[in-house]
Design a protein around this ligand. Structure first.
Ligand code: PRP
Length: 214
């Protein structure tokens, strides 16, 4: 490998898991294959100098941190995580996968009584705060890390702000969407200074991915 090639390698943070596998397949289809990534092992870094790419498997919620701080030049992350973290990165492309909705949900037939503070359980504290601030609604945020749907069932909260994909979790727990906040999907993001120094490589990857988006 020449030094020039080393310098021009694009470091890509992929979200570990089902979405990441799907996203890697898109990169492969776009011409940035890295066969070693498909080997069954616990390695986290894979590179193909000929294609000019180095992939890292990163916890999905950490992708934006790697990219924002320049440990990765580009990465793929859910819009939900970007909205919550307000990451200082460029959002280059909507990959049209990992699609779901960010929504307020509550018990079936729930009606909000404006006289009382609304208790909102969520992983997405910033998104929820911003959403309710826009309508001047007083809320009490309960920050949970998972199984958010449990909160209204047990009376811990009135509503939740969470992701809804198929709607099964809500249905099976007698909850329903009260209001949609945003449509979510996976986004290609870039570190701002990497974009300046590796413009051509990053733009090529973006264009090739754009061509194969369904
Ligand atoms: C997510 C989300 C909902 C569920 C929505 O949870 O927080 O609970 O998926 O999917 P559905 O509409 O298809 O049922 P996840 O499985 O990531 O686990 P968590 O409860 O730990 O957040």
């Amino acid at each position: 490998m020449t030094d020039t090639k080393k310098v021009k390698m694009v470091n890509i943070a992929l979200p570990k898991g089902r979405l990441g596998d799907k996203v890697y397949d898109m990169f492969e289809k776009a011409g940035f294959e890295c066969p070693s990534i498909k080997e069954k092992n616990r390695k986290l870094v894979f590179e193909n100098p000929d294609a000019g790419v180095r992939y890292f498997w990163v916890k999905p919620s950490d992708v934006a941190i790697y990219v924002e701080r320049g440990a990765a030049d580009i990465g793929v992350v859910g819009k939900d995580i970007l909205m919550e973290a307000r990451s200082n990165v460029y959002e280059l492309l909507d990959l049209n996968v990992g699609k779901c909705r960010m929504a307020v949900a509550g018990p079936e037939g729930f009606r909000y009584d404006r006289d009382n503070e609304l208790r909102v359980a969520t992983k997405f504290v910033n998104v929820a705060r911003e959403f309710y601030a826009a309508s001047g609604t007083d809320i009490d945020i309960i920050h949970l890390n998972g199984s958010i749907e449990l909160a209204p069932i047990l009376g811990l909260s009135d509503v939740i702000v969470d992701l809804v994909e198929t709607g099964t979790t809500l249905r099976e727990n007698h909850l329903e969407v009260v209001e949609e906040i945003a449509k979510i999907s996976a986004r290609l993001i870039a570190n701002k200074s990497s974009f300046k120094f590796k413009t051509k490589q990053i733009e090529t990857i973006t264009q090739k991915l754009e061509e194969i988006i369904e």
